[in-house]
Design a protein around this ligand. Structure first.
Ligand code: GLC
Ligand code: CA
Length: 539
């Protein structure tokens, strides 16, 4: 065990709970902490090492809780702080660690700091905690610069007295001024608040965006072009060095996990230096095409970038911001980038499922830790036919529907029964689930899949149990098997290479290396591995 026993985050399988959509305990159609507490058994049976909770804080829910009004309180729609504390204890008792989501780039427009800033007026010290500026144009009627919100439209909104404030996301998410010591002190205290309550890790939302170029000049129209004014600025590393010192002050290992969407691998790795974050999400892998050459290149690049900083790699296929991977893999074009959301594209569900099963064995066999997103263990697909009037993602509204947004991967989970709400809400609940569930999900419930050896859920359970029992898996040595077909990914784990993973991305069956098959993602063809199928072998 050694290092793995203490540095749990080097090889953990971490399951993301999106609280609104996991399980509804009180019947109002929205998931809550009572629902999670009642369903923790599912996660223990699944065999995950940790859970990460997307924001559960007091929030007006302008961006599904990523707009926080009070970082130390639970939103009443989800429950109470006492329940959250109880939930952390309950998870720990089951051997499951807990990661909380901290959102430092912005708060809610209903956070007391922002209300005070709005009421105090231009030039007030309360406004210094945010980015308030006068507008351009004769009467200040134009935004201070040309920055665009990541959700669409200008990144500035005007308040009554005529000043504008910056919001890289929704107007309900004003950006905080990280040059201000009060902002830094506040978040250091918020970290301690959750670490003191037993959080084993902190997921840092939009971690590369905190620092801004105080000049606030144009970006898109700057001539000559300027360095990025708010993404990945060098000064942000000081923030994480301070956070690391706090986390290191706790006796048991706590992990800092960055949400970093950065194209440059060197810049990405800089966040994982020994005195900064422990790990970060591997979005290069998430967005990669289902092709041997591309996947091999991403794996190589990932390992090459992490090695010099001695940080474990992470592997992730889905989360609450991207179309579910069963859907992506069922399409002609299997890549994903943030700018590129494919809509109404023909999708072959059977193909997507077969690939998703193989992808599970690939990710769980790669060195490092793995993130699972709730519902992927059920093989859920992206729900595309949500009526416009029911869509809630600000991305949909702010682009006038040009971008369908992220509601399709946030539909409440199906647990049991033959009709909506599929056990998501208790029997006799007064309200429908906050997004409608497809009728076809009657075949995808936890109940329907339990005990069916061919189901996605049983594959996840077997794979996670097998990963735990094989000492070579998780953190540790990795090597490609020489001589494999270029359309086949084959590698060994562990120093002596006794455990192998083989994934066939070609269109014809391929021969398997000699050995005992521990687990296969689908039926084998004698000693041959069919296309879009993966195996774990003891050689
Ligand atoms: C992160 C979250 C996303 C949220 C955004 C703003 O990217 O994952 O859901 O909308 O930050 O907080
Ligand atoms: Ca509820």
């Amino acid at each position: 065990m050694g290092v793995n026993a203490t540095a749990w985050w080097r090889s953990a399988v971490i399951y993301q709970i999106y609280p609104r959509s996991f399980a509804d305990g009180n019947g109002d159609g929205i998931g809550d902490l009572a629902g999670v507490r009642a369903r923790l058994g599912h996660l223990a049976a699944l065999g995950v090492d940790a859970i990460w909770f997307s924001p559960w804080y007091a929030s007006p829910q302008a961006d599904a809780g990523y707009d926080v009004a009070d970082y130390r309180a639970i939103d009443p729609v989800f429950g109470t702080l006492v329940e959250a504390e109880e939930l952390i204890r309950q998870a720990h008792a089951l051997g499951i660690r807990v990661v909380v989501d901290v959102v430092p780039n912005h708060c809610s427009s209903e956070h007391p700091w922002f209300s005070e800033a709005v009421h105090s007026g231009p030039g007030s010290t309360a406004r210094d905690l945010f980015w308030f500026r006068d507008g351009r144009g004769e009467a200040g009627e134009l935004p201070p610069n040309d920055w665009q919100s990541i959700f669409g439209g200008p990144a500035w909104t005007r308040v009554r007295d005529g000043q504008w404030y910056l919001h890289l996301f929704d107007p309900g998410q004003p950006d905080l001024n990280w040059e201000h010591p009060k902002v830094r002190e506040e978040f250091e205290d918020v970290l301690r608040f959750w670490l003191d309550r037993g959080a084993d890790g902190i997921r840092i939302d939009s971690a590369a965006l905190l620092m801004k170029d105080g000049e606030l000049g144009d970006f898109d129209h700057a001539e000559p072009p300027v360095p990025h004014p708010y993404m990945d600025r060098d000064e942000v590393h000081d923030v994480y060095r301070a956070w690391r010192a706090i986390v290191d002050g706790y006796p048991e290992p706590r992990a800092l996990i960055g949400e970093l969407w950065l194209p440059d691998p060197e810049r990405f790795a800089a966040y994982l230096r020994p005195d900064e974050l422990h790990t970060a999400f591997n979005f290069g892998f998430l967005g990669c095409a289902w092709r041997a050459k591309a996947l091999r290149a991403v794996v190589d690049a990932t390992l090459a970038v992490h090695a010099p900083v001695d940080a474990p790699a992470t592997w992730v296929l889905s989360n609450h911001d991207v179309p579910r991977h069963v859907t992506r893999y069922g399409r002609e074009d299997t890549t994903f980038t943030l700018e590129h959301r494919q809509l109404g594209v023909p999708t072959d569900r059977a193909l997507g499922l077969r690939r998703a099963r193989a992808a599970l064995l690939l990710t769980l066999a790669l060195p490092g830790s793995v993130y699972l997103y709730q519902g992927e263990e059920l093989g859920l697909e992206e729900v595309e036919d949500i009526p416009d009037a029911l869509r809630q993602d600000p991305m949909f509204v702010r682009t006038n529907g040009a971008n369908l947004g992220r509601d399709g991967c946030r539909v409440p989970l199906p647990w049991s029964g033959g009709a909506p709400p599929f056990g998501f809400s208790p029997p006799g609940a007064g309200r429908d689930p906050w997004l409608p569930q497809p009728a076809a999900w009657r075949d995808r419930t936890v109940e329907a899949q339990t005990g069916d050896p061919d189901s996605m859920l049983e594959l996840y359970r077997r794979a996670l149990a097998c990963r735990r029992s094989q000492p070579e898996l998780g953190d540790g040595p990795f090597a490609w098997l020489p001589g494999a077909d270029p359309d086949v990914l084959a590698f060994t784990r562990g120093g002596r290479g006794a455990l192998a993973c083989v994934l066939n991305l070609s269109t014809a069956p391929v021969g398997l290396p000699a050995g005992t098959v521990l687990l296969a993602s689908g039926p084998l063809d004698g000693a041959h591995l069919p296309p879009d199928t993966a195996v774990w072998l003891r050689t």
